[in-house]
Design a protein around this ligand. Sequence first.
Ligand SMILES: [Zn+2]
Length: 96
Amino acid sequence: MEPQKTTERPRTGQNYRQNTYKKRPFYFRKKVCLVCQKSLEDEIDYKNVMFLRKFVSEKGKIIPRRLSGTCAKHQRFLTRSIKQARTIALLPFTQL
Ligand SMILES: [Zn+2]
């Protein structure tokens, strides 16, 4: 019987945090399209590898819109130019 230990358990803190999170589950920061924000539409080109690499993960995958925050229009342009760059071996399909 040690009442002090029970109060110091981290589990209670975690439970409290979970409960508070449940009250507002749809809280997230709004992402802004990087291309729209800085008007870099001319930068989207299959030859501009340094720019396209920002939208490709470590493994060589194209980062989805829900993670990168790019708008639908620019994501379409980006995926097209990334795929073009892949076929002429400027970007990798996969990376170890
Ligand atoms: Zn955009």
